[in-house]
Design a binder for this molecule. Structure first.
Ligand SMILES: C[S@@+](CC[C@H](N)C(=O)[O-])C[C@H]1O[C@@H](n2cnc3c(N)ncnc32)[C@H](O)[C@@H]1O
Length: 256
């Protein structure tokens, strides 16, 4: 995607620019797109290795907790290779519908191999979809990559039907002085990138996993995400924390 397609930054960025990877905010989108394009063929392998309980089963449980039911129309933003969409398929049954959006053509190509769903190239901040087209919108482990939180949240509100539900899955950094933080940092900053490098994706996958940790470590706190959801027009945004590091942000579109 060229820089001329960049959404202007009008609100809260999920983390400050990480100059180890790119120069500044205008270069971030290009870096993220290239990184996911190049690592897409190895994403499922890496995810299985590092999963820490965040695999398809966890995604399915989170979708149930958020209220996904058979027959719903689900929009999965940042579908990647389709791990959330696959988990949703187990719940939705034949009457349900899944549409997936992702900025990375490489990720969409991987999803297309195994998922019989509608796939569209686009970005969270400007969804190429009609108003009110979804009962449930999901975003799995990609909030740290949007340009600004409120642009994405306003788009989620627009494409949801009144009364519809938003579910955002994210990893949340534990308190910096805790043993959980030290363990999570060692595992995600050292062990997982090493395993990724030794696997089929080599150095690019190592960079993906190092970037993963750095974005988690530098991400705005949950209170900022909840405030941005409320400021964007969502009703009663809440955070459900599972196993200390998995955050499920759930919010509802008002009915009128
Ligand atoms: C870590 S993967 C998560 C994939 C999947 N949701 C999952 O749960 O495994 C992050 C995905 O977000 C996509 N992405 C990053 N920024 C995006 C944006 N602004 N809009 C749409 N997709 C984006 C990437 O291309 C990548 O496929």
């Amino acid at each position: 995607m060229s820089e001329s397609n960049e959404s202007p930054v009008t609100g809260v960025t999920p983390h400050p620019p990480l100059q180890k990877y790119y120069q500044g905010e205008p270069q971030r989108r290009g870096f993220v797109t290239g990184l996911f394009d190049r690592t897409a063929p190895h994403y499922d392998w890496i995810n299985r290795v590092m999963s820490l309980g965040s695999g398809v089963r966890y995604r399915r449980d989170a979708l149930r907790r958020a209220g996904l039911v058979p027959g719903n129309r689900l929009l999965d933003v940042a579908i990647g290779t389709g791990l959330v969409a696959r988990a949703a398929g187990d719940i939705l049954g034949d009457g349900g519908q899944v549409t997936g959006v992702d900025l990375s053509m490489g990720m969409l190509a991987q999803a297309r191999k195994s998922l019989p769903v509608t796939l569209v190239q686009g970005v969270a901040e400007r969804l190429p979809l009609a108003d009110g087209c979804a009962d449930v919108v999901t975003m799995g482990y990609a909030l740290r990559h949007v340009t600004d939180l409120e642009s994405a949240f306003r788009e989620y509100l627009r494409v949801l039907k009144p009364g519809g539900t938003l579910l955002i899955l994210e990893l949340t950094r534990p308190a910096a002085d805790s043993a959980t933080y030290r363990f999570t940092r060692f595992y995600l900053h050292t062990i997982v990138p090493l395993l990724a490098r030794l696997g089929p994706g080599g150095p690019e996958s190592q960079t993906l996993m190092e970037y993963f940790w750095d974005t988690v470590d530098n991400c705005v706190p949950p209170a900022t995400i909840l405030a941005a959801l409320a400021d964007s027009g969502f009703t009663s945004p809440r955070q459900n924390v599972v196993h200390r590091v998995f955050s499920e942000y759930v919010a509802t579109k008002p009915r009128d």
